[in-house]
Design a protein around this ligand. Structure first.
Ligand code: BES
Ligand code: ZN
Ligand code: ZN
Length: 512
């Protein structure tokens, strides 16, 4: 698949003032007191314009704010973009990731051909320069991303590509920035790839298409192999959950298995990991139909599964020394004469039966087959990601994913990856009380609990299918989508979870 906007990143040794570029982006802390070395040099060449702007108070360097100063004959850049970094004591790597995203978003809006980033200079020695290079790169991909493949007429189009450079006048610093740039490029591109597939609507992307994308990934990679169970194989394997949910659509359900077999033997000394993602290509609710308002957003109900695809793509490109399985159950949840019904009892892969009380609680039904299959494949660790419950959005809003699980150490590892990747999670319970609510009188389980704690009861339901594996569950409902204007990216899929999963897998590959 072609990138929607082609972004190429490089590092280069360059003089900050002489460097020729459409935009030179520099960072500023709101409480810095005085200008850092680069800003102070630029300020001199711009006859004090930066100081003036701050003095008048038009720019307060608030986190993610940005403003433009036009260049003059004394500097090489056509524009200087000041990007606010907020308070210095609050700065994390995510501050620089978001700052790069703000700069890249603005650069695309301004139809710039070239963007030079010198954001790192404001951070001094606070962070490792390679980590800064990675964060800048990820942020640049994030902010420059656009989804417009179906726009044929536009008054205000954009350029097809953007060339970005991370610059510094010190060759040593450039070298360090470049180390992070390579990892950041793989991760950033994987996230854009996920956003594009997720943004595609239900008439374009349906289970068979996701299977095709997975096959293409494996064809292009020597590390990845791909197996697809179609409806006949789903029946033969006893995956009654995926079949039931997909039964209302002309687009048949599938179960996708991607396997990463790295070249290094070292992979066998670290745990085997299964990553599992819900890929409902459109969730109408089925016969328990959803209200019409915002139902279109349910094309993003495949986001968890797509994050798995993108993470598998990235770790294969990195040749990460770790055995990873990607499991993606995919179906379209529609009402029709052949749909599954409220009241139906379905038998899942591990033999457990589910009484369907609401066809809109379909994610947990397809995941039951997938998790049970992952456990059977002897995954030491299973991490699943799903746009599972509106209740998770009620609990946490749109900023953090819910994190549940059955193993404290694993949950800590996921939290660590979350902090490093800037994709936020918050721990939630899923213990026995919640599991109790999911018991059925006429089957082993029912697919909805009481009115309260819906994210927790959903997780307690999933827990029944992971066997002895260590398991973590991420409910990404809400964080999968930017629904209004944002300063660091555009509306639509966020690709949430791609950076988190890759970071988690990189950490696991490096563990002993
Ligand atoms: N895909 C939805 C959850 C969802 C809601 C994701 C809003 C993103 C935004 C899921 O399949 C669903 O419909 N869940 C129901 C469960 C209920 C019937 C127990 C829900 O949350 O309302
Ligand atoms: Zn649903
Ligand atoms: Zn759903």
């Amino acid at each position: 698949m072609k990138d929607i906007i082609e972004v190429e990143l490089k590092t280069r040794k360059a003089d900050f003032c002489k460097n020729k570029t459409d935009i030179l982006a520099v960072g500023l802390f709101s409480d810095a007191g005085k200008l850092d070395s680069v800003n102070s040099m630029l300020n001199d060449k711009l006859d004090g314009a930066i100081q003036q702007l701050l003095k008048i108070g038009d720019f307060k360097a608030r986190d993610r704010a940005c403003t433009i100063i036009y260049g003059n004959e004394k500097i090489g850049a056509k524009r200087i973009m000041l990007v606010g970094l907020g308070e210095k004591k609050k700065a994390t790597l995510d501050t620089i990731r978001k700052a790069a995203a703000v700069a890249a978003k603005k650069a695309v809006d301004l139809k710039a051909k070239t963007l030079s980033l010198a954001l790192h200079n404001a951070f001094g020695e606070s962070f490792d320069l390679s980590a800064i290079g990675q964060a800048c790169t990820e942020g640049t991909y994030y902010g420059s991303y656009r989804y417009d493949e179906y726009v044929t007429e536009s008054d205000d189009g954009r350029l097809g590509s953007l060339a970005v450079e991370l610059i510094d006048s010190d060759a040593n610093k450039v070298k360090k920035l470049n180390q992070g740039l390579n990892t950041g490029t793989i991760i950033g591109k994987a996230q854009s790839y996920a956003r594009t597939i997720a943004n595609r609507p239900g008439n374009v992307i349906y289970p068979e298409k996701i299977a095709g994308i997975a096959k293409e990934l494996s064809r292009k990679s020597k590390n990845l192999s791909c197996t697809i169970f179609d409806d006949k194989q789903l029946k033969a394997k006893g995956m009654g959950g995926i079949l039931a949910v997909g039964s209302g659509s002309v687009h048949k359900p599938v179960f996708i298995i991607l396997k990463n077999k790295p070249s290094s033997k070292k992979a066998n000394s670290v745990p085997t990991i299964g990553i599992v993602g819900k890929a409902i290509t459109f969730d109408s609710g089925g016969l328990s139909l959803k209200p019409a308002a915002n139902m279109d957003e349910m094309k993003l109900d495949k986001s968890g599964g797509i994050a798995i695809l993108a993470a598998m793509k990235a770790i294969a490109e990195m040749d990460l020394p770790i055995n990873v399985y990607g499991f993606i159950p995919s179906a379209e949840n529609l009402p029709s004469g052949s749909s599954y019904r409220p009241g139906d009892i379905v038998t899942t892969y591990n033999g457990k039966t589910i009484e369907v009380q609401n066809t809109d609680a379909e994610g947990r039904i397809i995941l039951s087959d997938a998790l049970a299959y992952a456990a059977k494949q002897k995954c030491d660790i299973i991490v699943d990601m799903a746009t599972l419950t509106g209740a998770c959005m009620v609990a946490l809003g749109k900023y953090m994913a819910g994190l549940m699980g059955n193993d404290d150490e694993l949950m800590k590892q996921v939290q660590k990856a979350s902090e490093e990747s800037g994709e936020k999670v918050w721990p939630m319970p899923s213990g026995d009380e919640y599991a109790e609510e999911m018991k059925s009188k006429i089957a082993d389980l029912k697919n909805i609990g009481s009115k309260w704690g819906g994210a927790c009861t959903a997780a307690a339901f999933l827990k029944q299918f992971v066997g002895e594996s260590k398991w973590a569950h991420l409910d990404v409902a809400g964080v999968d989508l930017i629904s209004g204007p944002a300063d660091y990216s555009v509306e639509g899929s966020t690709g949430f979870g791609v950076r988190l999963l890759i970071t988690f897998l990189m950490n696991m590959a490096n563990s002993k």
